[in-house]
Ligand binder design. Structure first.
Ligand code: ARG
Length: 590
């Protein structure tokens, strides 16, 4: 059961081989001129160069070999030697039936499934979640769904930032403000108050203040660094206070990701590997991977042929505290031990490219991962404001994730109101639709860009029902649902009968349906969910053309009606499947 393009490539390849040429020349692609052909093969041009022959001659020889093969409806040569191909309708019918009965829509599982750890989300305790964490969540979750669909075993981890200097900054800030709290009494080692001293709102206000104070005053910063070290060193009061920050933050983080329909297998954080750090550092020292430098412990990872500076990892600062480098290294040790992954994929904004370059080099150099373990990083671009500079609030802050989701939902509701969609539905259903439209708008807008490019955040554009948007795709899917529902109301089922194409719109729809495998593989291998966005948009358009040109329910020929209904049903299934890979859910009606 192969995609049409693969079947074709095989056939063409054999013909080239029979001409004494390489079978690689048989590679076929969808035609850039759909009005002329469905597929094209440009192999004769390359062959001509190699064999120093006329490309048209080679193309003719290939066509001569294949022209009687029932696989083809039409084979001809265009221009200097392009082979234009149209497939026999029977071939399309057979393929469409294969797709129709396959719950995977003709997309094969990977031959060798991998165990993949996905590290995305990455919000920080006490700091509000911002747009960067939105992108990381959206892109990371799409990659998670893509790996699952490929048959890989996935383990996703939100990897909270909960063990760095910001914790010491906060603890020292609270200690300065409320020194009488039990957490700071060194004679007390247990029985701290059950609920923490600060709410999430207070925490989110406190952190910027603490951080600004530390920046302004080296002595204040020293205090924070010492508090960080004491926390990491296990001072009970600090640890208990830290735990209250963690609990408050984690609840908020979970709420936020839940609202986006994004879930993680593990809600771990940097602190979870604290216990593994001493042994890891001992090993680095013993094996000569680390060295002392100005009172700190570092690992050098620069190479002679570097064309940029790649600074060493700081494993312990002069205070003896660990930071981002060290926790990331220990997290690799932990993941290797717990999951034995074939691949670890990180999703953060591109400003961490260097960080991951350092980490990956250090992981290889120290041998904490085997050579066979793949380490990958998607460094995504920024979400920009109208001026094409990183999105900021009027006060100059990064917009909070919570506010963004709320804005998107409001905008989606307004759109529904404008278009009159669902005006007679119960309030609860309308709210559910608005929510799905908002999430579809945000996710599709984000994912339809290549992950590493920046894009302009424009809710008005994201929420329209026209063009390449999430809401358009929801609308396309819901329209098919309504056709199928109407059919059922009239007692007509798509049934299990044959699909039989006879018009160009039907043929093009089958070709579009057949393209899922190629788009999926591209998205998997290139880490580019955008390829699935392009694909599903093309599929929806192919359906639109088919729908505009044909009667479905009002078709009087029963076999034809059943065939078209079936095509509609498969299209819906495939669109919903692709959208699910993008983390987008389709309402029942709109
Ligand atoms: N907490 C980090 C941030 O907000 C992202 C964490 C990414 N994951 C990792 N293993 N470093 O920038």
């Amino acid at each position: 059961m192969n995609a049409l393009r693969d079947q074709l490539t095989l056939l063409m390849g054999k013909a080239f081989e029979a001409e004494g040429l390489s079978s690689d020349l048989g590679r076929v692609q969808r035609s850039g001129r759909p009005e002329l052909a469905q597929y094209q093969c440009n192999g004769a041009m390359a062959a001509a160069k190699q064999a120093k022959k006329n490309p048209r001659e080679i193309a003719s020889a290939i066509v001569e070999r294949l022209k009687d093969n029932p696989f083809f409806r039409e084979l001809d040569i265009a221009g200097p030697g392009f082979i234009n191909i149209r497939l026999a309708d029977d071939v399309l019918n057979t393929r469409s039936m294969e797709i129709a009965i396959d719950p995977r829509y003709g997309v094969a599982l990977r031959d060798h499934p991998r165990t993949v750890v996905l590290d995305f989300g990455g919000p920080n305790v006490a700091k509000p979640m911002h747009v960067g964490h939105l992108r990381s969540g959206i892109v990371g979750d799409a990659m998670q769904q893509i790996h699952k669909f490929a048959g890989d075993k996935t383990i996703s981890d939100v990897h909270l930032g909960d063990w760095g200097l910001q914790m010491g900054q906060l603890i020292s800030e609270i200690e300065l403000r409320s020194p009488d709290l039990a957490y700071f009494d060194e004679s007390v080692t247990e029985g701290y108050p059950a609920s923490g001293p600060v709410t999430l709102e207070e925490l989110e206000k406190l952190y910027p203040e603490a951080s600004a104070a530390c920046k302004a005053d080296p002595a204040r910063m020293d205090l924070a660094r010492r508090a960080t070290f004491a926390l990491q060193d296990g001072r009970p009061g600090y640890h208990a206070l830290w735990k209250t920050f963690l609990d408050v933050s984690l609840a908020a983080v979970k709420r936020e990701y839940h609202a986006l329909g994004i879930d993680f297998d593990l809600w771990k954080g940097e602190a979870d590997v604290a216990d593994m750090i001493p042994a890891m550092l001992e090993r680095f020292k013993a094996e000569g991977h680390s060295e002392e430098s100005d009172g700190a412990l570092i690992m050098r990872v620069a190479r002679n042929d570097d064309n940029k500076t790649v600074p060493p990892l700081i494993l312990l600062n002069s205070e003896g505290a660990v930071g981002y480098h060290t926790t990331d290294m220990a997290t690799i040790v932990d993941r290797v031990a717990s999951h034995d992954p074939d691949y670890i994929l990180y999703v953060t904004d591109y400003r961490q490219n260097l960080h991951f370059e350092q980490i990956f080099r250090a992981a290889r150099k120290s041998g904490i991962v085997g050579e066979n373990v793949d380490l990958g990083h998607i460094g995504f671009g920024t979400m920009n404001g109208p001026g094409n500079t990183p999105l900021k609030t009027r006060e100059g802050h990064l917009p909070k994730l919570h506010d963004l989701i709320q804005d998107a939902t409001q905008r989606a509701s307004a759109r529904l109101e404008e278009t009159g969609i669902g005006s007679d539905y119960p309030q609860e259903e309308r709210a559910d639709i608005a929510n799905k439209v908002a999430i579809a708008a945000l996710k599709f807008a984000d994912l339809s860009n290549q992950p590493h490019s920046n894009y302009i955040f424009d809710l008005d554009r994201f929420t329209t029902f026209e063009g390449k948007t999430g809401p358009y795709l929801l609308y396309a899917a819901v329209r098919i649902k309504s056709i199928l529902r109407k059919a059922r109301d009239e007692g007509i089922e798509p049934g299990t009968g044959a699909i039989s194409v006879a018009t160009d719109e039907e043929r093009d729809l089958v070709l579009a349906l057949d393209g899922f495998g190629e788009a999926f593989l591209g998205a998997y291998e290139k880490r580019g969910p955008n390829l699935l966005c392009d694909f599903v948009y093309g599929l929806a358009q192919a359906f639109s053309k088919f729908y505009a040109a044909h009667h479905i329910l009002s078709e009087s020929d029963e076999a034809l009606r059943a065939s078209r209904l079936r095509l509609a049903e498969v299209t819906l299934g495939e669109i919903e499947q692709v959208l699910a890979l993008l983390g987008i859910k389709v309402p029942d009606r709109m």
